[in-house]
Design a protein around this ligand. Structure first.
Ligand code: TMP
Ligand code: ASP
Length: 254
């Protein structure tokens, strides 16, 4: 294995320097955490599945004009991405009450929301990713008002598109989390593009008919069949005929 420079290691991914300036390699681990690292584990094959699922979804989004950091998949666990200056905000879009929303507002899980709701969280492990308002984002300078407008309109378009895409494979997009980054073009103009990943780690996906969960809540709440759930999402997206045997490979050395 080549001795690449490691730029950043997060809970589920590692970023290495890329082959050219302005690029990075995003490596997907099998590690899973929940509740800000209080619960830790591994989901065999998760990295392989999320790499493929995120590639697929980002490619689809790019086809309909959403700018993303994705360049191309390199191998089972790695993809080439554009280097961005990450906006330290998690944008959560909710269609149906679940998770922290249900807890915070006392709305039972599964209650459809009258309209899609966007929430923001400040990315800070020390502070436990506190929920924030738009005012905090602009006052602290985490994003300019124009960046925020772009993030909102992109997030709503992504929600519409992904809701339809998942509906087509019998899954309801309950909620999901997005991260954005800034890139600068030759003229120094700033552009906001979608970054990070879109996968069952960052989405809630319930079967339309049975309400069975096909996402990381299976890990968070010890519901069992975690790997099978990620695999089922990939299968329904039509991604599982390729390299099925390699899905459960042991964690690759990096
Ligand atoms: P929440 O209900 O726990 O706030 O989660 C909302 C959505 O965001 C859900 O689809 C899971 C996703 N999410 C992440 O991707 N990363 C996180 O750190 C958290 C808390 C949630
Ligand atoms: N990824 C977050 C963590 O580790 C939380 C979550 O997804 O539930 O803590």
């Amino acid at each position: 294995m080549s001795r690449r420079r490691r730029i950043y290691e997060g809970k589920a991914k590692v970023l290495y320097e890329g082959p050219e300036p302005g690029t990075l390699i995003q490596y997907f681990k099998d590690d899973a955490t929940a509740f800000n690292n209080q619960k830790k584990g591994t989901i065999a094959g998760k990295g392989v599945l999320n790499n493929r699922i995120s590639e697929y979804l980002m490619t689809k989004l790019m086809e309909m004009g959403v700018p993303t950091h994705f360049v191309r998949r390199l191998n089972m666990r790695e993809q080439l991405i554009q280097e961005v200056e990450i906006v330290p905000i998690e944008v959560v879009v909710r269609n149906v009450a679940a998770g922290s929303f249900s807890k915070r507002f006392g709305v039972p899980e599964g209650t459809p929301l009258p309209r899609s709701i966007i929430e923001y969280y400040y990315k800070s492990d020390e502070l436990d990713d506190p929920m924030i308002a738009e005012e905090h984002i602009t006052a602290f300078g985490w994003a300019m008002p124009q960046d925020l407008d772009d993030m909102i309109s992109l997030s709503l378009r992504i929600n519409d598109y992904l809701s339809g895409l998942f509906l087509g494979i019998g899954l309801r997009l309950i909620d999901f989390k997005l991260e954005y980054g800034r890139v600068y073009d030759e003229n120094g103009d700033v552009r906001i593009i979608l970054a990070d990943e879109i996968s069952p780690d960052s989405c809630r996906l319930w079967d339309i008919k049975t309400n069975e969960k096909y996402d990381k809540d299976r890990f968070r709440h010890d519901l069992g069949k975690v790997q099978e759930a990620y695999q089922e999402v990939a299968r329904r997206l039509g991604l599982l005929h390729e390299n099925v045997t390699e899905i459960a490979e042991p964690k690759a050395a990096s």
